[in-house]
Design a protein around this ligand. Structure first.
Ligand code: GRF
Length: 217
């Protein structure tokens, strides 16, 4: 079982998707710890409800990003985390931290990267007038929302969409691809070669590009 830690700052619906997947049959990863920089993050309650160890590391109590990231690093090593999943974790991580977890640190972002990095990705997509939006899971590199892409899911932008409706459509697919990626990594199928992800799908039918039909949205 791959030991997974999840870092979050808020609602934690992606954490919930990971919890639900990990409670299913034969999921090859287990969530050993959830860490939040926000003491009252809803995601902490979800973890506690699932009996998962939680740690609060409040960034406001640290005088620098470096010290905060060192505390994070310590908490991750203390639970023997092998993979770290950022799931709505709203802090920029230092280069040292990111390099220390190279290829063991993944993030989910609500756009088809490399488009629309940063905050309010769904509104950025609406403002740009794109017809297809989506979400991406990628290995983390020091630049914000940069790094080798593991999986993406595409969804249509519909005529009457607003930020909330588009975000909700994308979020449903986030909850599909994040557990999928954790499974693929835990199964040892994911390699980074020359900053590109190579996936050995073997004889599995698990696709890595999801194009949900309208009926599934
Ligand atoms: C998601 O849209 C994720 O892509 C982004 O932050 C949001 C977190 O949502 N990085 P939740 O806390 O998992 O519900």
């Amino acid at each position: 079982m791959l030991r997974v830690a999840v870092l979050l700052s808020g609602r934690g619906s992606n954490l919930q998707a990971l919890i639900d997947a990990s409670q299913g049959d034969a999921f090859p990863a287990t969530i050993v710890r959830v860490i939040s920089n926000v003491p009252d993050a809803q995601g902490l309650q979800r973890a506690q409800d699932a009996g998962i160890d939680t740690v609060v590391i409040d960034h406001r109590k640290f005088s620098s990003r470096t010290e905060f990231d060192e505390a994070l690093d310590t908490a991750l090593h203390a639970c023997d985390a092998e993979l770290v999943c950022l799931a709505g974790f709203m802090r920029i991580l230092t280069q040292d931290f990111v390099e220390g977890w190279q290829d063991r640190l993944i993030n989910i972002h609500p756009s088809l990267l490399p488009a629309f990095k940063g905050l309010d990705a769904q509104q950025q997509a609406l403002d740009a007038g794109v017809r297809i939006a989506g979400c991406s899971v990628h290995f983390v590199r020091p630049g914000m929302d940069e790094g080798p892409i593991v999986a993406q899911a595409a969804v249509p932008v519909l005529q009457n969409d607003d930020d909330a409706s588009l975000a909700a459509r994308i979020l449903r697919q986030e909850h599909v691809i994040y557990p999928l990626v954790v499974r693929l990594i835990a199964e040892g199928r994911v390699q980074v070669e020359d900053e590109q992800v190579v996936i050995n799908v073997g004889d599995s039918s698990a696709g890595i590009l999801l194009n949900p039909s309208l009926a599934d949205l």
